[in-house]
Design a protein around this ligand. Structure first.
Ligand code: SAM
Ligand code: SF4
Length: 360
């Protein structure tokens, strides 16, 4: 019985496998309600924002699923200037977001590493050293992680994408640049450097099984992860995986529900971590992020990038609110969160409670 499983303090792998395969709506509601109860217990009826800045779509990698992969010649490549990043950071800060996230394609040349370091220092100077800064800038050397940490970043999001090594190989190239072991090492390095470490997976990849997803959740726990940023896989038809997956993956509705189940299971299994209701949920449903919160998530990353840049950063088709400016998005989200009984916390960083619990 689903009810009995949900009463347990610690779930087994079998329990997770049963819960992820729930089909009937009553049981699904029980699952989401239980996860939301735990979210209320560990975080309260609160949502924390991270203003997302999409810094550049230039990337040295060729992940087979991603619209801005190096070999996609149809992408109009851009990099924000330091002044542009500082201006958006200031907006994020003045609007009380408490945290921002810098995301971009992967580069590890000296110019890029120096640029990010200098930009971090300037952001923190401009914002009274009070912003929680998350980086999502791909795999780097231990030295680079340290420099960026010292310059003012405190969190790093690097998705493992899938913990099934065979599937990982299938959705990347099996070469040095796209190596599962390197990614594992990167997550270890981030931890050693003292970041709040975030990871996550794509949900509904072609060939991915329920057991793969349950193994992903167990991996998060075994690696003592502080934050989860995961979401549905969404096809970009100009990518090798997108072409192959067209017509062969679960429907949008099924991938949305599966992603919500993953959020709920992560909350039940990992308890005091930060979980993001990601933009990809929003891409599949206008209230995808609110549904994510009601399934146990507590973080949202509203896009703060200007609306003339947003269309150039398309990882998948159907990116939401391309024509909206950041302020419009912020106000609409605040209203819909209020309607579900959630309060946006301003001027607070919203660090992962787990991070502090694990280093006590
Ligand atoms: N380049 C950095 C990296 O890969 O970690 C950060 C930016 S990358 C675009 C951020 C995330 O986008 C990836 O970790 C991947 O999970 C997600 N992503 C890329 N293409 C996607 C797609 N087609 N559907 C869903 N998520 C996608
Ligand atoms: Fe580059 Fe990240 Fe996209 Fe891979 S997922 S191609 S590393 S931007």
């Amino acid at each position: 019985m689903i009810k009995d499983i949900l009463k347990k303090e610690n779930l087994s792998k079998e329990d997770l496998l049963t819960l992820i395969q729930i089909k009937n709506p009553e049981d699904l509601k029980l699952l989401f309600d239980e996860a939301y109860k735990l979210k209320l217990k560990y975080i309260g009826n609160k949502v924390y924002y991270r203003g997302l800045i999409e810094c550049s779509n230039i990337c040295i990698k060729n992940c087979k699923y991603c619209g801005i992969r190096k070999d996609n010649k149809n992408v109009d490549r851009f990099s924000l200037s330091q002044d542009e990043i500082l201006e958006i950071s200031q907006w994020v800060y003045e609007n009380g977001f408490g945290s921002l996230a810098l995301q971009s394609g992967e580069r590890n040349d000296k110019e890029f590493v120096d640029f990010i370091e200098d930009t971090l220092i300037k952001i923190q100077n401009k914002c009274s050293n009070s912003l929680g800064i998350t980086l999502s800038l791909g795999e780097q050397t231990l030295e680079t992680y340290k420099r960026w940490r010292n310059a003012g970043a405190s969190r790093y999001l690097l998705r493992i994408e899938t913990t099934n090594r065979e599937l990982f190989k299938k959705i990347h190239f099996d070469d040095k640049l796209h190596s599962f072991d390197k990614r594992l090492q990167a997550l270890k390095d981030l931890r050693t450097t003292g970041y709040q470490v975030g990871t996550g997976v794509m949900i509904g990849l072609p060939g991915q099984t329920y057991e793969d997803l349950v193994n992903d959740i167990i991996f998060f726990k075994e690696n003592d992860i502080d934050m989860i940023g995961m979401g549905p896989y969404i096809i970009h038809e100009e990518t090798p995986l997108g072409k192959e997956a067209l017509g062969k993956i679960l429907s949008d509705e099924e991938r949305l529900t599966l992603s919500l189940k993953m959020i709920a299971l992560c909350r039940l299994y990992l308890k005091d971590i930060n979980i993001a209701a990601t933009t990809a949920l929003h891409a599949l449903h206008p209230f995808g992020r609110e549904k994510g919160i009601l399934a146990g998530a507590n973080v949202i990353m509203p896009n703060a990038t200007s609306k003339n840049i947003k269309p150039k950063y398309q990882l998948y088709r159907g990116k939401p609110n391309l024509d909206d400016d950041a302020l419009k998005g912020k106000l609409a989200l605040e209203k819909s969160l209020k309607e579900i009984g959630e309060e946006v916390v301003y001027f607070k960083k919203g660090d992962s409670p787990h991070f502090f619990n694990r280093i006590k």
